[in-house]
Design a binder for this molecule. Structure first.
Ligand SMILES: C=C(OP(=O)(O)O)C(=O)O
Ligand SMILES: [Mg+2]
Length: 401
């Protein structure tokens, strides 16, 4: 293991055209790693704090870099991440910014892998990581905070559960995306794209279910393996405290109605995956829905858990959900994300490694998903910053056999 010899930080563009933090980490033996922070739009209330990139960079230069350079080893991720936490000194990275922290944490992991001459997934997962590959959840149609004047439900996600390989799964999702476009055309519905490259047509959620159902079954018939679909409801964005309910245009659903609605959707469309079906503070509602449909679908906490072990432990204690979305920038470091994954695994929760709506070409999450044997990876379907991860997944699968 070699010591970190230099950390440089800069502002680069993300996929929304906003600035984000990129980190380069160099080691004394010449190891190099580069990573960039993603950024959410439908962020959870309890996420670690993202600062303005220039502020995050200035603060990390002042507080974190002196604790890293010549002090910690790039290959020792716990040591790197403990130094970042100590440099920050808060619970939520509000001093150096979770964007600086996660960029440095991921860049150090890549530098550590480079020193070993190993691919990142191998460095993170080790030789006993297993042989499974995550199934890609492909965002096909969506709206919410990712596109104006489109569906209320944020993401309709294809899930090629029967695909014989990662590569076939990735191409299946792209085919569903293309088929959905044709179906929308046939219906005379113009569709722009949302932040993640999903179609964002001005249609009701009920119509989006029809489009998904048709697109998924057409492509499944054509390719000859099972493709199902799922949702990210992102219900915290729909929940209105003053209305005491979930606002769908002119209609407001009470919590009981929301649970009923989602449970019916699970059965009607045989959904394999439902993320954030209820508000991020409603552990009880999550538990009730999980009790009703958790034997036949994944109920996943994103804004509910924010990759945070304490919130996940609360969820486990309450029997809320049966899976967790893992977004390293929600919590700030790879070590924290690993802790959440381990806690989930120990308690029979599935893990889904996820991108953010604002992304870069960074491919760390593809390696993280393979390293940790995640059930699914949610990283879009088409569009450069999404295909960067999907193509990396294909390369990893090629490399690993
Ligand atoms: C990827 C998501 O969106 P964002 O990055 O905007 O939180 C999500 O909600 O799962
Ligand atoms: Mg989500």
């Amino acid at each position: 293991m070699t010591l970190i010899s230099n950390v440089s930080l800069r502002r680069v563009l993300d996929s929304r055209g906003n600035p984000t933090v990129e980190a380069d980490v160099l080691t004394e033996s010449g190891g190099f790693g580069r990573a960039a922070a993603p950024s959410g739009a439908s962020t959870g209330e309890y996420e670690a704090i993202e600062l303005q990139p220039s502020e995050a960079i200035a603060s990390a230069r002042r507080h974190a870099i002196p604790r890293l350079v010549g002090e910690v080893h790039a290959g020792n991720q716990r040591e790197v991440d403990a130094a970042l936490r100590a440099a920050d000194g808060t619970d939520n990275f509000s001093e150096i910014g979770a964007n600086s922290a996660v960029a440095i944490s991921m860049a150090a992991a890549k530098a550590g892998a480079d020193v070993l001459g190993a691919p990142l997934y191998q460095h993170l997962g080790g030789t006993f990581r297993g042989e499974n590959f995550p199934i890609p959840l492909g965002n096909i149609v969506g709206g919410g905070e990712h596109a104006k004047e489109a569906t209320n439900i944020q993401e309709f996600l294809a899930a090629p559960v029967g695909a014989p390989s990662v590569s076939e799964a990735v191409f299946a999702n792209a085919a569903v995306h293309a088929r959905a476009s044709e179906i929308l055309d046939e219906r005379g519905t113009p569709a722009a794209k949302g932040d993640e490259g999903a179609w964002a047509p001005p249609i009701s959620d009920a119509e989006a279910f029809e489009v998904m159902d048709e697109a998924v079954s057409d492509v499944a018939d054509e390719l000859g393996f099972e493709i199902r679909f799922g949702l990210d409801v992102a219900a915290a964005e729909l929940y209105d405290e003053d209305e005491d309910g979930y606002v769908y245009g002119d209609e407001v659903k009470s919590t009981d109605e929301q649970i009923e609605y989602v449970a019916d959707l699970v059965d009607e469309y045989e959904l394999v995956y439902v993320e954030d079906p209820l508000d991020e503070n409603d552990y009880e509602g999550f538990a009730e829905l999980t009790d009703r449909v958790g034997d036949r679908t994944l109920i996943c906490g994103d804004d509910l858990f924010v990759t945070n072990v304490e919130r996940l432990q609360d969820g486990i204690d309450a029997d809320a959900a049966n899976s967790i979305l893992i977004k390293p920038n929600q919590i700030g470091t790879l070590s924290d994300a690993f802790d959440a994954i381990e806690l989930a695994n120990r308690n029979g929760y599935e893990t889904i490694i996820s991108h953010r709506s604002g992304e870069t070409e960074d491919t760390t999450i593809a390696h993280l998903a393979v390293a940790t044997d995640a059930a699914f990876i949610k990283t879009g379907t088409v569009q450069g910053e999404r295909t960067a991860k999907l193509n990396e997944l294909i390369r990893i699968a090629d490399d690993a056999v």
